[in-house]
Design a protein around this ligand. Structure first.
Ligand code: GUN
Ligand code: ZN
Length: 570
């Protein structure tokens, strides 16, 4: 079973996860199915876009025992697709049940046909002492190791309470053990009590320390108001029991918070429930029906939020969505600000260097976003005689007027000025310095600029009849050809391709992560040069992964090749 990265934004990603013989899409929401209290049918789940469910081995074992082994988890839950099982740690914990043998629970999950099996980890409360947290962490690691001997398709739980050093240790142990998915445990009480800063601190400690090549699951975080924040922080999988727990209490979930049904005069939603009923009608229904309707709405809105997040990732505006969402609770905003400050280097390593959507300034915290930090850093590489000022980027060389994110940003109080008059050659050189470092522009020496007849914008850079590269329309980044890379080589980051893939890449095929290596601290979205082991340039293209990811992913593309030696353009 594998995980492959398809698209990315902030520290978030869209991935393909091959699990239980099927392919599911992340960010993924797993509704919790309680076979004893079936609220929503399999059919209804499918209609909402559900791809996989999670159920609880402890509950199944208590209610069905060996009958579940005969019937299998799919018959028991009524879900005929991939099924994840939680061991029941949280339920045992909530009900004060003494731990059942982890080995026994793991074997039971295998027997009932689960696709992802969870050991009995030790639930750690946020306010436990470090000693207690450490004991539970070590026991969790021990049980996970034992489970790993029994199954490949393992959920590896991460405990450690609120102690980030313990969480980091847990991640290290988890990486060594390895599994199908890493699950951050013990965070439900933080979510329920709106302790979002501590929640974020834990999540980011984990996502920045765990291997990047497997999905990360935020155990029990089923409130749609935290999805976008947690995706931006690197979580890929969520499970929701909350849709039905909230429904039982008459609560109506929205991506901006929880409402009481009794207080609603209008439904701010157009799901099949909310478009057919008024709050009053649902209040008047019998308990069973009311819970069913509320559960359905709660699930619809949760899936809708997941889709909204995925679309934001595709468009490169996940931070904007997050900033919108955190406005619904001051504690969320506080968590975002805290995280942007504390985890800036992690965000810089994951956030693409250029985006198709403009940067929208939507509050003071925009100034802490990786796009701004990177732009401020890269601007220092460029020398100029004239500058203009645009908040929050500061002083910008006029040559970079059209370059992402300076032009592709909307900031209150800044009205777009006319493009300053500067020579095209100095613009090209400034772009090189900005992207590849001080002195890159000088490496070009003699070149000509070819402009688009339609728009008058710089299109191609040519030298002695050879195309060195093009300027991309939406961000004005320079995209070198192999010829261009030959000149810029010393300034560009290098991806080395293993021998067996060299011929493919020379023909213009993408560099697969499996065959790629690099020593350079490369960022997603950067233009890189691709070489064979001897240091010969074989291609150029856009790097899709950072250095850590290149070393960890064994599936998917590391470099999207744009030009290769077999197709040298002239
Ligand atoms: N569900 C919510 N939190 C947890 C946790 O810490 N461990 C497990 N196994 N399940 C959970
Ligand atoms: Zn609704």
């Amino acid at each position: 079973m594998v995980f492959e990265l398809v698209e990315r934004d902030a520290a978030g990603r869209i991935g393909k996860w091959y699990v239980g013989g099927k392919k599911v899409k992340t960010p993924l929401l797993l509704p919790v199915i309680n076979p004893n209290i079936p609220v929503v049918s399999s059919n209804e789940l499918r209609k909402m876009g559900c791809e996989m469910v999670i159920t609880n081995a402890f509950i199944i074992k208590s209610s069905f025992a060996d009958k579940a082994v005969e019937r299998g988890v799919r018959k028991i839950t009524g879900w005929n697709g991939p099924v994840y099982t939680d061991s029941g740690t949280f339920q045992m914990f909530s009900r004060g049940v003494k731990d059942l043998s982890s080995r026994e629970m793991v074997e039971y999950q295998v027997k009932i046909g689960s696709d992802v099996v969870t050991p009995v980890d030790m639930f750690t409360l946020p306010d436990e002492t470090k000693r207690e947290a450490n004991v539970k962490l070590n026991e969790t690691i021990k049980r996970t190791r034992e489970a790993r001997e029994l199954v490949d398709f393992l959920c590896v739980p991460i405990q450690g309470g609120c102690f980030t050093d313990l969480r980091a240790c847990a991640c290290k142990a988890a990486s060594e053990i390895g599994g199908e998915v890493y699950a951050i445990g013990g965070i439900v009480p933080l979510m329920e009590n709106y302790r979002f800063t501590e929640l974020s601190d834990i999540v980011l400690t984990c996502t920045s320390n765990l291997p990047s090549n497997r999905p990360v699951h935020a155990f029990g975080c089923g409130h749609p108001m935290v999805f976008s924040l947690l995706v931006a922080f690197g979580c890929d999988v969520f499970d929701s029991a909350m849709y039905s727990l909230a429904a039982c209490k008459g609560r109506y979930l929205t991506p901006t918070g929880t409402r009481n049904l009794s207080e609603l005069r209008e439904f701010p939603c157009f799901c099949p429930v909310c478009s057919r009923h008024t709050p009053e009608e649902i209040l008047k229904m019998g308990e069973k029906e009311r819970i069913k309707k509320l559960s359905l709405h709660n699930l619809y809105i949760s899936f809708q939020e997941i889709k909204e997040i995925r679309q934001a990732v595709y468009e490169g505006r996940l931070w904007e969505l997050v900033q919108e969402r955190v406005r619904s609770h001051p504690r969320l905003l506080e968590a975002l600000i805290f995280s942007l400050k504390k985890y800036r280097s992690f965000f810089l390593s994951r956030d693409p260097v250029s985006k198709k959507s403009a940067f929208f300034y939507s509050g003071k915290e925009s100034e802490l976003r990786p796009e701004v930090l990177r732009a401020k850093e890269w601007v220092k590489r460029v020398r100029s005689k004239k500058y203009f000022v645009k908040k929050p980027f500061g002083r910008i060389p006029v040559e970079l007027w059209g370059v992402y994110p300076f032009f592709q940003s909307i900031v209150p109080g800044f009205t777009e000025e006319k493009q300053p008059k500067v020579s095209e050659k100095s613009v090209v050189k400034a772009i090189m310095d900005y992207q590849f470092g001080d002195g890159a522009g000088k490496l070009l020496k003699t070149f000509e600029v070819e402009k688009s007849k339609k728009t008058g914008k710089i299109r191609r850079i040519i030298s002695k009849g050879k195309v060195l590269g093009t300027i991309r329309a939406y961000d004005n980044f320079f995209l070198p050809t192999v010829h261009g890379a030959e000149l810029l080589k010393e300034k560009m980051k290098k991806i080395v391709v293993r021998d067996e893939a060299v011929e493919f890449v020379k023909k213009g095929r993408d560099v697969l992560a499996k065959f790629a290596e690099t020593d350079d601290k490369v960022f997603p979205g950067e233009e890189v040069v691709v070489e064979d082991r001897e240091g010969n340039i074989i291609a150029v293209g856009k790097c899709m992964l950072n250095r850590k990811e290149i070393s960890e992913f064994d599936k998917g593309v590391a470099v999207k090749v744009r030009n290769s030696v077999k197709y040298l353009s002239s």
